[in-house]
Design a protein around this ligand. Structure first.
Ligand code: 3HC
Length: 296
């Protein structure tokens, strides 16, 4: 099935990254969010990132205008009616995601494929909240979406082969390499990655190492491009906590129990880069030092 129009629900870091990648590859994209300020911020962020590509001589100003011309922002879900593919990229909450899927199912053309960017929630459950479970699929992107090469395609119990094929074709057209995963919390990548980030928080909580040394350990010792605490800040500590809660509840092993300090950080409002404070302190999105409450 050929897709020309993509509807993205959720204008956060992931949703706007998906929208940017898709307009750069020639898709017409509607980016949806309930909050118009979030949409305006996302649009300005996309333009700023594309303008940086002009400065690096990777795009022309005309190409940026053409890309921006393919982007529509909207607070209404009604625009999803004729999209070939709708990708939900809201926060990790089963009921909130089910509500979006139920509405999309009512609004969208019967042929529309409904995808979720979820990193931990069951695609089978999301599919069951619609009348088209065969057309529900996971398209799990990685952050920052325009840069990371991977797309994890996830199939629920009732996802059809035709839907999987279309998700793979769209992924390839977005310049991604695909891996295929069964519907089980965390799929392939997050099942490994997020417990590692949680363990880094645990190490900090047990005073084994400082924020900087925990990160340096993995950067210099294992060649990771970012330290786990820095990466946790980028992912969002609230999201990390939600995912670990899902792992702990669904997989049942105490090795998935969220670190106590992670709960405290989220309770304190330290959700990472997006709030300006996580394990590190950020100014204009740039890391400027360790969160003072964690400094020894
Ligand atoms: N959007 C678009 N492009 C971005 C970007 C963003 N938010 N942030 C950085 N970039 C681009 C830069 O423009 C630059 O492009 P260029 O090389 O073509 O000029 C390139 O990325 C490298 O950026 P920098 O030189 O500024 O910085 P680094 O070399 O340190 O790279 C990084 C930044 C790409 C983020 C790198 O540190 C990295 O790969 N980190 C690991 C990221 C990772 O692990 N992501 C997965 C997170 S888990 C996830 O998403 C799953 C979810 O479900 C939780």
């Amino acid at each position: 099935m050929e897709i020309h129009d993509i509807f993205v629900v959720g204008a956060g870091f992931m949703g706007s990254g998906i929208a940017q990648t898709a307009i750069q590859k020639g898709y017409h994209v509607t980016l949806n969010d309930q909050r118009s300020d979030a949409l305006e911020r996302a649009k300005a962020g996309i333009r700023a990132r594309l303008d940086r590509l002009v400065a690096k001589e990777r795009m022309t100003a005309e190409e940026v205008e053409a890309c921006m011309g393919r982007l529509t922002i909207s607070t209404s879900l009604e625009g999803a009616a004729h999209a070939g593919l709708a990708i939900e990229a809201i926060y990790e909450d089963l009921e909130a995601k089910k509500a979006v899927f139920r509405q999309l199912d009512q609004i969208c053309d019967p042929s529309t494929i409904l995808a979720s960017n979820t990193s931990s929630i069951s695609l089978t459950s999301l599919g069951a909240s619609t009348g088209r479970p065969e057309q529900v699929v996971g398209m799990h992107f990685f952050s920052p979406v325009p840069v990371m090469r991977l797309l994890e395609v996830v199939y629920g119990l009732r996802t059809s082969k035709a839907t999987l094929d279309t998700a793979m074709e769209v992924g390839a057209s977005l310049g991604k390499r695909m891996i295929l995963a069964k519907d089980k919390p965390g799929f392939i990548v997050n099942r490994m990655l997020l417990p590692m980030l949680n363990e880094a928080v645990q190490i900090l909580d047990e005073d084994i190492g400082s924020v900087e040394d925990t990160d340096e350990g993995m950067k210099l010792g294992c060649n990771h491009p970012m330290g786990p605490l820095e990466l946790a800040d980028m992912v969002g500590l609230d999201i990390l906590l939600e995912v670990m809660e899902t792992f702990y509840a669904d997989l049942g092993d105490t090795k998935y129990r969220p670190a106590h300090l992670l709960r405290k950080m989220v309770a304190a409002g330290y959700t990472g880069q997006k709030s300006g404070m996580g394990f590190y302190r950020y100014e204009n999105g740039k890391k400027v030092g360790v969160n003072p409450v964690l400094q020894k």
